[in-house]
Design a protein around this ligand. Structure first.
Ligand SMILES: [Mn+2]
Length: 359
């Protein structure tokens, strides 16, 4: 039996033995986060288990349509200890928003698909070749023979659809479509879920997108594209942090752009940097250099300091990295010239904050 199958069996055993379970995921929740939390919580509850779910941040407005999302508490409200804590879609403990998970449980199960996952759990199930954490959750639901319904299918479908950016990413393989097919068979509506996620943007989000896209910067004949959202613009528009999403994917959609970098200045003096690549460059490695991480084609870092200094430091680093890797990658005729390994933070600058974003 494969090693991962044994780990899954261990997890099922642990779940079955637990009197109560807490499920959590990462800060700044996305579709895979809320989708996997609601699906696992829903299937376990339906099957008679005592389960709570809580996140550091509130559920974003756009994801409130997911069944079960209104039951998600805030981690700050949790004042009891559980037999078991399951952490989903989070590459490290820091990503949960709390430095110490010991106050929630003595036993932690870490289920994730990020290449930079540091195996922080007592049991770790990390499938770095999977597109989304919901794929692992779906396998566990089947393995544990938990009850299932169309609400759970909807949550899983949302995670699968959003983490593959609408079934477009390089890791969107046969298994993704097989899973999507079974979820649709169980009652998930692709049209309803994509309308909620892709045709439901706030007016302020569109204004921020417009302002950012109209002042992009291009380097090396458009191979690299970078843009910024500064606090001045955010205040002018009266935008919320959730109004600043979805921009970097537009940048990478431009013909000829291989790497897109978006700088998002936050009110606390930190800047969130989002990286995307199209075919060759491993942006997880670029994010690693600034204390962040994520995936081969989508990663991020949170950096402290002056916005303009951060921009020049990151852009210079990215240009250097791309110079040494882009041509050799094309010559090898491969789109995965660099490994999926995470590599611990190398050459991180003094002002970096170890936190990664990324889907
Ligand atoms: Mn994910």
């Amino acid at each position: 039996m494969q090693e991962k199958e044994l780990v899954k069996r261990q997890i099922v055993k642990k779940i079955k033995a637990a009197g109560d379970i807490l499920i959590t995921s990462h800060i700044m929740p996305d579709g895979d986060n809320i989708g996997s939390v609601c699906a696992l919580t829903g299937a376990l509850r339906l099957s008679g288990y005592k389960v709570d779910c809580a996140l550091f941040d509130a559920v974003p407005e756009i994801l409130k349509f997911l069944p079960g999302s209104s039951d998600i508490k805030r981690l700050a409200e949790i004042d009891k200890k559980y037999d078991l804590l399951i952490v989903l879609d989070s590459s490290s403990i820091e990503r949960t928003g709390v430095p110490d998970l010991g106050k929630y449980s003595d036993f932690v199960i870490n289920i994730d698909h990020h290449v930079c996952n540091d195996n922080f759990g007592n049991i770790n199930l990390v499938h770095t070749n999977y597109s989304a954490t919901v794929q692992i959750v779906f396998e566990l639901i089947k393995k544990a023979r938990l009850k299932f319904n169309s609400d759970i299918a909807t949550c899983l479908y949302c995670g699968l659809m959003t983490d593959t950016v609408g079934f477009q990413t390089s890791n969107t393989d046969e298994n993704v479509f097989k899973m999507a097919s079974s979820l649709v068979k169980c009652g998930a509506s692709p049209n309803h879920i994509s309308r909620e996620m892709f045709q439901n943007k706030s007016m302020k989000n569109i204004i921020i997108i417009g302002k950012t896209l109209s002042s992009l910067n291009f380097i090396d004949n458009g191979l690299i594209c970078w843009g910024k959202i500064d606090q001045k613009t955010i205040k002018e528009v009266g935008a919320l942090p959730s109004d600043c999403f979805g921009i970097v994917n537009q940048m990478i959609s431009i013909k000829g752009v291989e790497v897109a970098v978006l700088f998002n200045e936050r009110p606390d003096g930190k800047t969130m940097v989002d990286f995307r690549s199209k075919t060759v460059i491993d942006v997880n490695k670029i994010a690693n250099a600034f204390g962040g991480g994520g995936h081969l084609r989508a990663s991020g870092a949170t950096i402290e300091g002056n916005l303009n200094d951060i921009i020049s430091e990151v852009v210079n680093f990215a240009v250097g990295h791309i110079k040494t890797n882009y041509n050799s990658g094309l010559m090898k005729g491969t789109n995965t010239i660099e490994s999926h390994s995470c590599g611990k933070q190398k050459g991180a600058k003094a002002n970096t904050v170890v936190k990664s974003v990324g889907i």
